[in-house]
Design a protein around this ligand. Sequence first.
Ligand code: SF4
Length: 292
Amino acid sequence: MKLYAPSYYKDFKCIADKCKHSCCVGWEIDIDSDTLQAYQTISHPYAETVRNSIDDGETPHFRLFGDDRCPHLRGDGLCELILQLGEDSLCEICREHPRFYHETARGMEVGIGMSCEEACRVILGGDYRSFVLLEDTPAMQEDIPFDIHPLRERAYEILSSPCPYAKRLHALAAAFDITLAPDEQVRTVLASLEYLDCAHKELFACYASDSVMPAACEREAERVLAYLIFRHCSPSWDETDFRIALRFCMTCERLLASAAQTTDASTLCSLARIFSEEIEYSEDNTQTLMEL
Ligand code: SF4
């Protein structure tokens, strides 16, 4: 089994206490069964604190504290669990976040998700067209009959071509026969989504597909769209599915262009992170927009 990643992947490292939007705040952290078993049997002065912090519901998870903080997140932004028990003690979600995986006909691919501010910084500065082989193990590769790579490469070729940004978007839509849903319909759907912060619902109410991406943001916008294609089009099982995912990605790009116009944006980083946290990291919101 081969494991590939965009070349920027190796530049990512969690910035822990320097992170302003820690993934240890606001999210329920589910504990996988192997880690739960380890927590139940571990012998260490901090082990009882760990056990007492777990809510044994249908899906065991850490009971969040005031302001929805993970109980092991210290005031200085460091993780007490890592400090006391080492990185190996982390549950799968904490160990893997913000990584995501998908299988393709040529092997497994791993990426980093834009809801993490450091991942977002890395993605927006990285080269999305080059990939590196991270692992090559004897494990069996699943048989995936549809190869998305030629379609994805074609999309990347158009996106990185040396013509004005707006023209590249038009060319991409034309090449894949993409028509975005009418603005009013997209705005209605955006207003119906669930938001972590209702201020973002207002921010996204400005959706207009003819918004002009600020010139200063075009380079980053190209990378955001490439990331979206990598994440959402790569798991497609046929060409129609690829086009549906691409339409979702292009609608999201238009959403960012609209938001960028209302916020004086000279960089897309914070908007892209907000978009990712609110839309991409909610399966329901992503699904609703895909179905448009
Ligand atoms: S959001 Fe990213 S940088 Fe911040 S704590 Fe989580 S993994 Fe680290």
